[in-house]
Write a protein that binds this ligand. Structure first.
Ligand SMILES: [Zn+2]
Ligand SMILES: [Zn+2]
Length: 347
């Protein structure tokens, strides 16, 4: 039997905590079917959750997204390479995306590139960011004197630009951060194949095994008795993929609400609490409550807060409390926190 759980699981791994949290939502999982219809893994790990400068508890900005073994890094604050080692994020990455070029989001790339060079890397490293990326990365490349062992490919992205990858895309969009050329990013998976109906397959006498996979991939199969089974008999319509949005530094803005509409996970900055709302406006940042209102308006599956002012470094619980008054499914980020993003429906 391909048994379905009534509720799917969000897996949230908290470093140094004694237990993992299993976040139940209204999604569904599957049992043995996964054997034939493998789910693509997608996880998000926070490498740094402090704003502006590192603290004892928190490093500066960086988020690693790992999709089916491919690592994408978003921002690379000072010390990110050490956070990668600490939390097991692969150095064999191909892409680093920068939201903007304030120091707390970029300085770490100098050390990371030096280490990759010492390791003898020869594959190109692709760096992406808003206008100004080429000039900034040129300076980062020259810092440290020796030539890098690998080529750098730096690209400047315009808001609205979308990079197409196999089975997913990365869209850059304009955020609102002190007039800086700052981008947020949406990682959006392509539609998936429709759901396979194992009960119907058994009724039709199709042997459980590779044939099921063939049909799911859209190919007709011929059974031992000569019957031809068309995929349309067993496979439903296409289903949406997952969406993760990472804002970088920003005021709450309608662009985030628009692009994050229905996202599975929104990683939103929350530099301040309610008592510093005026400062958030002055400095082009958001309060936790403002981030939660964005999450609510975008109807996302989960909100993950990050980029906290040093005053909340040790204890950011109040930020979580304020946010949850507007959006219940809020998590307060901490360094090393990893979230597995499940599909909305059974695989
Ligand atoms: Zn910042
Ligand atoms: Zn900034």
């Amino acid at each position: 039997m391909c048994k379905r759980r009534t509720r799917p699981l969000w897996h949230v791994f908290i470093p140094f905590a004694t237990a993992s949290i299993f976040w139940d939502t209204t999604r569904q999982g599957s049992g043995r079917c996964a054997l034939y219809f493998a789910a693509m893994s997608l996880s998000v790990r926070l490498l740094g959750t402090s704003a502006s400068r590192p603290t004892i508890e928190r490093n500066v900005a960086s988020v690693a997204v790992v999709r089916e073994g491919e690592t994408l890094l978003f921002d690379c604050g000072e010390g990110t390479q050490r956070q990668m080692m600490r939390y097991g994020v692969s150095f064999a990455l191909q892409d680093i995306f920068f939201t903007h070029f304030h120091a707390d989001h970029v300085i770490g790339v100098i050390g990371l590139m030096r280490t990759l060079s010492l390791q003898g890397r020869s594959e190109p490293l692709r760096l992406w960011g808003p206008r100004g990326a080429i000039r900034t990365m040129k300076r980062a490349e020259e810092f440290g004197m020796d030539r890098l062992s690998f080529p750098l490919e730096v690209s400047e992205l315009e808001p609205g630009q979308r990079l197409a990858r196999k089975d997913y895309g990365i869209a850059a969009y304009q955020v609102d951060h002190r007039g800086a050329r700052a981008l947020g990013y949406a990682i959006v998976e392509d539609e998936r194949k429709g759901r396979f109906n194992p009960e119907r397959a058994r009724e039709l006498g199709i042997p459980e095994g590779p044939m099921w996979g063939e049909i799911h991939r859209g190919r007709a199969v011929t059974l031992g008795d000569g019957r031809i089974i068309e995929p349309s008999e067993l496979v439903g319509g296409p289903r949406s993929g997952r969406k993760v949005v990472i804002t970088g530094d920003t005021r709450p803005c309608s662009a985030t609400v628009a692009i994050a509409q229905g996202a599975d996970l929104l990683v939103h900055e929350a530099t301040f609490g309610d008592e510093e709302a005026a400062r958030a406006v002055e400095t082009g940042h958001s309060t936790a409550r403002e981030a939660a209102i964005v999450a609510r308006d975008a109807n996302v599956g989960m909100l993950l807060l990050t980029h906290f002012s040093a005053r909340y470094s040790r204890d950011a619980a109040d930020l979580g409390k304020e946010a949850r008054e507007c959006f219940e499914r809020t998590l307060v980020g901490k360094d090393g926190l990893e979230i597995d993003v499940p599909y909305r429906d059974a695989e």
